[in-house]
Write a protein that binds this ligand. Structure first.
Ligand SMILES: *Cc1c(COP(=O)(O)O)cnc(C)c1O
Length: 349
């Protein structure tokens, strides 16, 4: 497989205001595009970012065969550019593709393609503290056909967009017990578009009730906590880091896995097990130390200030010495090269 490169004439980075921008609005100079047809992936092309042209009959527009990833490139303290945990993102993308009856992306195409785009768009990776370049690999079904079936044509693309520091105020979240995000046997573990469209209506309702985000519960009992928005869910109960297990309804988050690994490195006890609303409520009522936060590539960690369940509001700990902030600092240190990368997570360009 080859990657053909058509370079952009002039970089648009000069016109980009890194002091003030809304995330995800502006693509970098280049994008990668590879087509799947006749049962095989064809050569990839990197070209100046542009709009796509496709048939209105293209199947991704109708039947939801879309899969994406979200990952980041950073400037390290010694001026290099590194991409975080490419291998784990690659594995997860192919798991999602398999579930959606879409062709897996070859390792070379994913790895070499992403590295080549980021290398061409180096100037977009800011060295300012907390900045990164967000990378969005995705696959869509492009065969023009209105009958419901699996597409026989697909496109793999990589687009990038700068991201600034993300310091959210602690979130107020609501335990969602009417709507669900995913059920056993469904597609909850896949990063496919339909999961996100289906989450919007309950999320907007929660926002109208004054909450920032919902905490999804399991589809059967609505007792067990699963995820929050597009983040995995974590708790610190006394000194134990607890997170729901991967059993098909939640994303195998790269941030989740990284934080669990770093906690074990710090000799913090880690438990992957079901965690009920009642357990959290009881712990808070008993005056125990409870931290709660979301974990994902975009925010890294998003602390929760309160959890509301059936009109009962519980406040959680967000003090500066919280374990979640120590874990975040460690993770950020690895990404930017100030903490040794003992697990080999960084791909240095
Ligand atoms: C992407 C995502 C996550 C977080 O995964 P990361 O690999 O850490 O970014 C968690 N939950 C959902 C539903 C997601 O889409």
């Amino acid at each position: 497989m080859q990657i053909h490169i058509h370079k952009a004439g002039q970089s648009a980075v000069q016109n980009f205001n890194f002091d003030q921008f809304e995330f995800g609005r502006v693509p970098t100079d280049h994008m990668l595009l590879a087509q799947y047809s006749d049962g095989a992936w064809q050569d990839a092309i990197i070209e100046p970012s542009r709009d796509l042209q496709m048939s209105p009959l293209a199947m991704c527009l109708h039947y939801g065969q879309t899969v994406f990833e979200g990952m980041k490139a950073y400037k390290t303290s010694d001026g290099n550019i590194c991409i975080f945990r490419m291998e784990k993102h690659f594995q997860r993308m192919n798991k999602s593709l398999l579930r959606m009856a879409m062709p897996e992306v070859p390792r070379d195409l994913f790895m070499d393609g992403i590295k080549a785009v980021v290398d061409l768009d180096r100037v977009w990776v800011s060295d300012r503290e907390g900045y990164s370049l967000y990378l969005r690999p995705f696959v869509i079904a492009t065969e023009p056909k209105l009958g419901v079936a699996s597409s026989r044509e697909f496109v793999f693309m990589v687009v990038c967009s700068p991201m600034g520091p993300y310091y959210p105020r602690p979130l107020n979240v609501k335990v969602e017990r009417s709507y669900i995000r995913a059920a056993q046997g469904g597609v909850g573990f896949a990063k496919n578009g339909g999961n996100y469209g289906a989450a919007l209506y309950p999320t907007i309702q929660a926002q109208q009730q004054g909450f920032d985000q919902v905490l999804w519960t399991d589809a059967v009992t609505h007792e067990y906590l699963e995820e929050s928005g597009t983040m995995n869910l974590m708790f610190v109960l006394d000194n134990i880091l607890i997170t729901p297990p991967l059993h098909g309804t939640i994303l195998d988050g790269v941030t989740r896995d990284s934080l669990l690994t770093l906690a074990r490195d710090m000799n913090v006890e880690v438990q992957e097990r079901p965690i009920s609303v009642q357990e959290i409520a009881d712990a808070l009522q008993a005056g125990r130390h409870v931290e709660a936060f979301g974990a994902g590539t975009a925010a890294m960690i998003a602390p929760f200030a309160s959890i509301t369940c059936d009109d009962q509001r519980y406040s959680t700990y967000t003090g500066p010495d919280a374990l979640m902030f120590r874990l975040k600092a460690q993770l950020q240190g690895i990404r930017t090269g100030t903490v040794p990368d003992i697990h080999g997570w960084n791909t240095i360009l």
